[in-house]
Design a protein. Structure first.
Length: 443
């Protein structure tokens, strides 16, 4: 049996251990400096300390570990008025309060303490040095920028060491917090000027407004999470219906995937916004959801009677009603309900015409007919892409909006046969795109 080789004496210190050691030294030095320089503890310091702790406990926590809290401006203000020692006390108290709420790993707690305490010491010294020669406002701005900049460099540098990530890559993540930190810095500078002129009452009012902002943001996050969960549940139900429809009609899922892709690309070629492109994709996936109500015989398309055709003409309205009842898909329901309307007003179910037809419904109409004409799995003899496009152009201005027929021509130019005939259209792939769009919209 082999045994592990002994560790070499000259092996480097593991990066997480090094990160923890640097954090501990930085924190101990900052606390020691605060103890040595501690002075009186005025009322404003108590207000800021309490506000910092409350802000950290009540912080708004977004998915992906993104947190919105108001405690940064609390310790920045503490630098300018009670002094750096009070700011260090606020940093330690607020960070510990947040840790008691979240209970993340201890090395990260040590890192968080050090990454703020160290820059606070530098900011305090810089403010004390510049306040006399330059005046209060320039000293405040310089100290604030120094603290924020150092905090970002130290925090992300230590995070890189702790997680084993290169320093350049770790610092690149700092862009995600640049705007929130910038806003807090601007707020702290402005509030410092107000406090200098009006006193502690101004800070108290700011704390109240800050608490109200955090509370309202929490309500917004909760509502957003519930809406996202509702949308995901609704989408699961709808995609399940399409899969059930595929069991009855194997062509359905491939057709829905193809129409979704063509619709999105036509919308892009026509210059529609990214939101409208995503909406076109969603509507394309769901445009035939109303066919779930049709019988298997009608879906097969053989020997259809007039009664069968009346049932077929009802499927857009059935799909619209189904989506209307699921509130988050209301706009899609209107599109699905109109995707068989014609530019000349002779379509169904409501015989609306021209610009009265929802714009994206006109896109889906072009995409659906194009796929039906070119697909090998329909009941018609398939046309090649050139023939199908000529057929659409012959009906342009009567059945279709000419603008979107030409947008489709632009999309098809230079594309391969697999794309033009949607041979590789896959419902699961388009469903994954839909999920990613939903996730992006909820972040």
């Amino acid at each position: 049996m082999s045994t592990p080789a002994p560790a070499r004496r000259d092996s480097p210190v593991p990066r997480p251990v090094l990160a923890s050691a640097i954090s501990a030294l930085l924190l101990l030095g900052s606390v020691a400096w605060a103890v040595v320089t501690a002075d009186a503890f005025p009322p404003v310091a108590a207000i800021l300390l309490a506000a910092a702790c409350a802000s950290e406990i009540l912080a708004v926590r977004f998915p992906g570990r993104f947190v919105v809290t108001g405690w940064d401006w609390c310790y920045l203000l503490a630098i300018f008025f009670p002094g750096g020692a009070a700011a260090i006390a606020g940093v330690v108290a607020a960070t510990l309060a947040g840790w008691l709420f979240d209970r993340y790993r201890l090395p990260s707690l040590l890192l968080n303490l050090a990454a703020v305490a160290g820059p606070v010491v530098v900011g305090s010294l810089l403010f004390d040095h510049l306040d006399g020669p330059l005046g209060f406002l320039p000293a405040t701005v310089a100290a604030t920028l120094a603290v924020i900049g150092l905090h970002i460099v130290v925090a992300f540098g230590l995070i890189g060491l702790l997680d084993g990530v290169r320093l350049t890559r770790s610092l690149g993540r700092a862009r995600t917090i640049a705007v929130p930190f910038g806003l807090q810095a601007a707020f702290a500078i402005g509030l410092a000027g107000v406090y200098r002129r009006y006193g502690v009452e101004a800070v108290f009012v700011a704390v109240v407004f800050g608490g109200a902002f955090v509370y309202m943001t929490q309500l917004l996050v909760v509502a957003r999470e519930r809406a996202t969960a509702h949308a995901n549940l609704s989408w699961g139900v709808l995609s399940g219906l399409i899969r059930t429809l595929e069991m009855r009609d194997p062509r359905s899922a491939r057709h829905c995937a193809a129409v979704a892709r063509f619709s999105r690309d036509i919308a892009r070629a026509a210059g529609l916004s990214k939101a409208d492109q995503d909406l076109a994709h969603t509507a394309g996936l769901l445009h035939d959801i109303g066919k779930f109500a049709l019988s298997d015989r009608v879906l097969d398309g053989d020997g259809l009677t007039e009664a069968d055709w009346r049932a077929i003409r009802r499927h857009p309205a059935i799909g619209a009603d189904l989506l209307k009842d699921i509130s988050v898909y209301g706009p899609v329901g209107e599109i699905v309900g109109a995707h068989h309307e014609r530019w000349d007003g002779r379509g169904y179910p409501n015989r609306i015409a021209g610009e009265d037809i929802p714009e994206i419904a006109r896109i889906v109409a072009v995409a659906e007919v194009y796929d039906t004409l070119t697909a090998p799995d329909t009941y018609r003899t398939p046309k090649n892409s050139f023939e199908a496009l000529n057929t659409l152009r012959e009906a342009s201005g009567r059945q279709f909006d000419p603008r979107f027929v030409e947008a489709l021509a632009t999309v098809l130019a230079g594309r391969d046969v697999a794309y033009r005939h949607a041979d590789d259209a896959d419902f699961d792939a388009e469903l994954d795109i839909q999920r990613r769009m939903s996730e992006a919209a909820s972040t």
